[in-house]
Design a protein around this ligand. Structure first.
Ligand code: NAD
Length: 312
């Protein structure tokens, strides 16, 4: 198979690239390195079935040129910082919605018709049903990031129906990866480095969410792609359990060998737009024949065990 991965130098995309290259598929990573790192894909450079394009999804000419000849796109590039749009409201619109529109246009022009999209549990907003199934609605995201993910899902659905595309949308739980450039473990690492005596936790620590090991995320996406027809498919990708932020803070301090005091900033949400409780219903993936190997706690422990924070 011949894959094009947008955001393939990122925290999840680099694991996906490794997995596909490792099993002999041809992979092109297309990334502007805004949050991705060359170090994450350094072991792949030199492999005959791997190529790298430093390119931006907002550069339509470069995108079209680089995409030509590929068979399937994994679209993972996006702004990863959910809080970023509080100070820069155009961020997710440009890096999520416009970037996805550009990709779909480029696919249409070059005749590439299969797209796998990294969506998120945040499209559900504050759902009335937990665990939340794929067909829960109405979808009312709380953040601009979530709004953009939902808009991208809509665009992909329309392209599938109007232009004969095949599409697989995966709504991830929180993904735990040792390649940290954002998210809770990155935030903790940075804070503890700044002040080793205390660890400030956003919210009241009772936020309770599901965490998926990055390897499970990658294998789940590929399994879903290869075992379902791709007629505008939507799958939740997560674990059956969840864990509280306070427990993550304790695990983090233990793994860091720190006796810092945990200080809670307070409030039900960590920040405006945060979804404090999240657990996805994963029965649809299970019916297809796939389930995550690791629980939320194991996923976080694995990410902490081999932590290689970048620029923290
Ligand atoms: P990441 O920031 O590590 O990866 C995103 C990659 O996209 C980076 O390498 C970045 O350089 C690249 N990129 C961003 N804008 C680009 C552009 N305009 N052109 C080209 N490249 C660009 O984030 P991640 O955690 O690996 O997330 C991957 C995808 O999964 C994202 O779409 C994210 O929204 C989604 N997702 C992640 C999580 C999670 O917990 N990490 C949860 C749900 C969904």
């Amino acid at each position: 198979m011949n894959f094009f991965i947008t955001g393939g130098a990122g925290s999840i995309g680099s694991y996906l690239a490794e997995y596909l290259v490792g099993r002999g598929d041809s992979v092109t990573v297309y990334d502007n390195f805004s949050s991705g790192r060359r170090s994450f894909i350094k072991d792949l450079t030199g492999e005959s079935n791997f190529s790298l394009v430093k390119g931006d999804l907002l550069d339509r000419a470069e995108l079209e040129k680089s995409l030509r000849g590929h068979e399937t796109v994994f679209h993972l590039a996006a702004n990863p910082d959910i809080r970023g749009s509080l100070t820069k409201p155009e961020l997710d619109f440009e890096q999520g919605t416009v970037a996805t529109f550009n990709l779909l246009q480029a696919m249409k022009k070059t005749g590439v018709k299969k797209v796998v999209f990294a969506s998120s549990s945040v499209v559900f907003g504050l759902p009335g049903v937990i665990p939340t199934p794929e067909d829960y609605g109405p979808l009312r995201p709380l953040s601009l990031y979530g709004a953009s993910k939902l808009a991208c899902e809509g665009l992909i659905s329309a392209w599938t129906h109007c232009f004969g595309f095949r599409s697989w949308i995966f709504r991830f739980a929180n993904v735990a990866s040792p390649r940290l450039t954002h998210g809770i473990l990155f935030d903790f690492t940075r804070k503890l480095r700044r002040d080793p005596r205390k660890l400030e936790v956003l919210g009241d620590g009772r936020q309770n969410k599901s965490y998926l090991w990055v390897g499970d995320c990658v294998e789940g996406m590929v399994f879903g792609l290869e075992h379902s027809p791709g007629n505008a498919e939507i799958f939740n990708l997560g674990t059956r359990d969840r864990m509280k932020v306070a427990e993550i803070a304790r695990l983090f301090l233990k793994a860091s060998g720190s006796s810092a005091e945990i200080v809670y900033a307070g409030g039900r949400q960590g920040w405006p737009g945060d979804v404090p409780k999240m657990l996805l219903d994963v029965a649809k993936m299970e019916r297809l024949g796939w389930r995550a190997k690791y629980s939320s706690r194991e996923a976080v422990e694995k990410a902490l065990g081999v932590k290689q924070a970048v620029g923290a």
